[in-house]
Design a protein around this ligand. Structure first.
Ligand SMILES: NC(=O)c1ccc[n+]([C@@H]2O[C@H](COP(=O)([O-])OP(=O)(O)OC[C@H]3O[C@@H](n4cnc5c(N)ncnc54)[C@H](O)[C@@H]3O)[C@@H](O)[C@H]2O)c1
Length: 267
């Protein structure tokens, strides 16, 4: 029988203090990896690392702002110094600010682009040389279905995630010959703390439930499963791709929804 998918791998997970990042850090360890749990909220990163070590896994925590070059350089240096190498980078930390182009402030534009896009650039900048030392690696970037559609209401978020998808393709092209694969994941609506806050409004929740063909929101563990696959050799012929994990959201047109009055789960 095949062993764990990430045996002896060393992985960095950003945004590991919550939601998708926390679930993925835990799953990577279940699959045999040692994990560096990174978050701008150091205490939350430590919570994830402690949960892992309490279970007998190998994890350390780092407080890092992924939008800051010196922080990201330190993130990779500490990983090499304390764990001895780097095989997998899950650039997952992200943020959102609402607003149309008229409403959005310039500061919020810059913040979201820095946290969501500059972070992926910086992650690659410092992780690729470290991965070269090991003869290759896998980089996974969290984009969003918002990067594929012209959803309104959070224009900078949509723009930032579209940028992540194409930055992923360009990085993949540049580093395929180095044995480094680069892919993105586009989650639909996943039940994480910020989403739970948004879904406190029953009308918003209903729209989201109806929009997903599977009739429910996704769970962080379901994105972690996709990240494990992309991190592992199981996806060895996949690079420059964006993997949509959205419960069938894009497969249904609004007209189809209006024409079918049955509850989503029964369609
Ligand atoms: N939840 C969803 O429905 C959904 C859908 C599509 C994409 N995403 C993306 O998934 C990723 C994770 O989101 P989540 O829903 O798990 O949110 P979350 O808030 O539960 O987790 C995000 C974590 O990132 C950390 N973070 C924020 N800014 C940071 C920075 N500058 N440096 C380091 N860490 C920082 C936060 O402290 C937080 O712990 C994000 O990139 C988000 O855009 C989420």
């Amino acid at each position: 029988m095949a062993g764990p998918l990430l045996e002896n791998r060393i992985a960095i997970v950003t945004g590991a203090g919550s939601g998708i990042g926390a679930a993925t850090a835990k799953r990577f360890v279940t699959e045999g990896a040692a994990v560096v749990a990174v978050d701008i909220r150091g205490a939350k990163a430590q919570e994830t690392a402690t949960a892992i070590t309490d279970d007998g896994g190998h994890a350390i925590a780092l407080e890092v702002d992924v939008s800051q070059p010196a922080d990201v350089e330190r993130m990779v240096d500490e990983t090499l110094r304390r764990l001895g190498g780097l095989d997998v980078l899950f650039s997952n930390a992200g943020t959102i600010r609402p607003g149309t182009v008229v409403e959005l402030s310039v500061d919020d534009w810059d913040l979201v682009m820095a946290v969501n896009v500059r972070s992926v650039f910086l992650g690659g900048k410092y992780a690729v040389p470290a991965m070269l030392e090991r003869g290759g690696g896998s980089i996974i970037n969290t984009a969003s279905i918002s990067g594929l559609h012209g959803d309104g209401g959070a224009v900078v978020y949509a723009a930032s995630k579209a940028a992540v998808i194409n930055l992923t393709r360009a990085m993949a092209t540049d580093h395929s010959a180095d044995g480094i694969r680069v892919n993105a994941i586009c989650p639909g609506t996943i039940e994480t703390p910020p989403v739970r806050r948004m879904m406190a409004d029953p009308a918003v929740l209903q729209v989201n439930l109806d929009a997903h063909s599977l009739g429910r929101l996704g769970q962080p563990e379901e994105i972690a499963a996709a990240a494990v696959w992309l991190a592992s050799d199981e996806s060895s012929f996949v690079t420059g791709e964006h993997l949509v994990v959205d419960g069938g959201l894009r497969s249904r047109s609004p007209l189809g929804r209006l024409a079918d009055p049955r509850p989503a789960a029964k369609r």
